[in-house]
Structures are given as C-alpha cells and as structure tokens.
Design a protein around this ligand. Sequence first.
Ligand code: PEP
Length: 250
Amino acid sequence: MSRRVIISGNWKMYNTTAEAKELVEGLLAGVKDLGEKEMLIFPPSIHLKEVVAQCEGSKIQVGAQNMYFKEEGAFTGEISPTMVKDAGADYILIAHSERRHVFGETDELINDKVKAAFLYDLKPVLCIGELLEDYEAGKSKEVCRNQLVEDLKGISAEQMKQMVIAYEPVWAIGTGKVATPEIAESIHMSIREVLKELYSEEIAELVPVLYGGSVKPDNAAGLLVKPNIDGVLVGGACLKADSFLGIANA
Ligand code: PEP
C-alpha cells in the first residue's frame, strides 16, 4: 500500500519575523513541484499566525513545535492546544528530543499531550528515539518500543489513523551523524511491529514513520528510497529554502 510521504521541517528557536517571511516565500516558490509529497513546517509559535496566513491556499501545512496539554490556566510561558488551533495550525510536534532531554518531558506528560492533541483536533507528530548510550548498548528498538507503549496509552485505533511518528535517534540530531538508511529502515520496521502489536496490521501499514537526524540534501534520497521511511523531519537543513526544497525533491 502507498503511504503518505511527508517532508517536514522543525525551525526550532530560529528566525525573526522577517527571516520567517523570506523562508516561507522561498518554500512557496518551490513547493508546487512536489507532486504527491506533503510539506509540513513547524515555526516557533510566535510566528504561527503569520506563517499560516502566508501558506494559506498552498501545499504547505503548518504545526506548532510544542504545547501544554491543558486548555488554559496559570501555566506561565506555555501555549494551549486551543491557542495552536486558533492560530490556524493543524499539526503539533510532540516530544521532540529537545523537549525530552533539554526540558525533561516524561512519557507521562507526553502521553497527556498526545491525548490533548486529539481532544482539540490537532494532528500529532510524535517523536521517539534513543540516546547514544542506548544505541551503543544495542537498545534502540527496546527504547523506541517503550516510548511508543507509554506515549500511546489510551489512544484509539481510530485516532491512530491521524498519527505521524518521527524516529529521531538523539545521537543523530544536530550532530552531522546521520543514521545509515539500513539502520533507519530496520528501526522503522520495528516501529511498525510495535504498532501492529498495539493496534493492528492496518494501523501499522497506515501510519507514516518519518526519519529525523542530520538529514541533508545529499543524504535524503538514500533514506527516502527505503520502503518503511515515509518522509523526514529536518532541523538545521530546513532553515534555508534551497536546502529544504533540495531534500523535498530528493
Ligand atoms: C530535528 O531537530 O528534529 C533534527 C532532526 O535536527 P537536525 O536535522 O539538525 O539533525
């Protein structure tokens, strides 16, 4: 079966308003040639509304990089699912490795955020991935399995039809050490095995599993050609329209 192919970019904490506008202009100029591939960008939340407005009517879909799981309240510095929705975004990035490892998000909190995404009609892109020490100890699949089991608690098969998973080995993020297509493909297959075990073969086959970690225009094709790699989540290389479009066209 053919799954969706999603080329996504996480801007992290980069880009002023003017830089954001220029980047989106560059992407809009190239996105028409993408065919069936989808493009999804995650700007900092302060730019969400403007980026959504700029992308309206185009093929570019927009999501927020993070949110809290409550609708409102005394949670200084956080944004809510309703605010993300109100800004016009359709997607929400959940559990990016920097959220897990810089900001200490636990699987329990991540599970609350996944539930909140569905409650407020946002489509989650759930990030999972192992640390270097786990990779070196041969525990990549085990770590990813545990994260999926914990993060997806209480999520129904129907909800899973809207889910996107991003496998991002922490040792490959921002380090220039991309996982080989063979390593990534093998972990992606194991992720599908877990989805089959938790849900069904249908869900395992349906859910797009993206790879993230030092993806660049010159290594994207080797990853995207693998049958179980349904797209990419790009950090550094999505900050320039040329390089992000280079990945998208790989
Ligand atoms: C990311 O931030 O999700 C990421 C994969 O970063 P980079 O592409 O820079 O490794």
